[in-house]
Design a binder for this molecule. Structure first.
Ligand code: DDQ
Length: 268
């Protein structure tokens, strides 16, 4: 996936319109509907905060001035509310064995979390951190986010499910693709300004894609932040994107990272 995306990005460095197909250019309608290739999106770091280096981050979100995180690994899984300034855990609930905690999303006063291979999801009261319900799904559970109305769920494949939060039933699906090529290992998800962002598992890349077509519009490379906060652990991949809509702030971290970064994206 890394090679594919990198190749795709490099390929966009030339002028896009230079097809050399003068016949097609001369006609009023293009003969071929070409896929739009992703562009590179960059960022600067505005601030960094401490992050629990024991947290195997699987979900991250910011809502109502609060940071929430879910963690994985059997026996270390759970959901937590975290103080941004110093990373202190303010509230938490355990996701017990045999479950491996994965993505987290919050809609109003309710949180939803999924588990890796158990086909089991949990509903939580976001104020009390009490479990309020369970739901099931086929396949694996990886990332979760929502657009205020519907929930988006990734499962490690290029296919993202759109779920109705009441029933947690699949409303529709779409395939994340870079220039038409499916992108696998779509992991932690985030909704930001009408687009979806996702960590691509094992890589340092974040893809930003269209929630209708699944087309990847841009790619962000978090290699430098991983070097600063992830150490040498192969599992310490970037994972965790949280958008503070009210403050227009974007936060990223990773599994076992020592830091959580506020970044200012550009061209995403
Ligand atoms: N996932 O988040 C990509 C879905 C799973 C990552 C799990 C990597 C650690 C595996 C450790 C195995 C222990 C059962």
């Amino acid at each position: 996936v890394a090679a594919l995306l990198l190749g795709t990005v490099v390929a966009t460095c030339g002028p896009r319109a230079a097809t050399g197909n003068s016949a097609a250019e001369a006609s009023s309608a293009p003969a071929i509907a070409e896929p739009i290739l992703p562009t590179l999106c960059t960022f600067t770091v505005r601030k960094s905060y401490p992050h629990d280096p024991k947290a195997f981050t699987e979900g991250l979100l910011f809502d109502g001035g609060q940071l929430y995180e879910s963690t994985g690994m059997v026996g270390q899984s759970g959901v937590r509310r975290v103080r941004l300034s110093d990373g202190k855990v303010l509230q938490q609930a355990v996701v017990p064995p045999p479950y491996f905690g994965e993505g987290l999303t919050k809609l109003g006063n309710e949180m939803f979390s999924v588990t890796w291979k158990e086909g089991k999801g949990f509903r939580w009261n976001a104020r009390t951190f009490r479990k309020t319900g369970e739901f099931s799904y086929t396949g694996e559970g990886w990332g979760l986010t929502n657009d205020g109305k519907q929930i988006f769920m990734s499962d490690g494949t290029p296919v993202v499910r759109v779920l109705d939060p009441k029933s947690m039933k699949v409303v529709r699906t779409f395939t994340v693709n870079a220039g038409g090529q499916p992108v696998a290992n779509i992991n932690e998800l985030e909704w930001r300004r009408g687009a979806l962002m996702a960590n691509v598992w094992t890589t340092n890349q974040v893809v930003i894609f269209d929630p209708a077509s699944g087309a990847v519009r841009s790619v962000m490379d978090l290699s430098e932040l991983r070097r600063q906060a992830g150490g040498s652990d192969v599992e310490a991949v970037p994972n965790g994107i949280a958008y503070d809509e009210a403050g227009d702030r974007l936060f990223v971290t990773g599994k076992y990272w020592t830091k959580l970064f506020e970044i200012v994206p550009s061209g995403c």
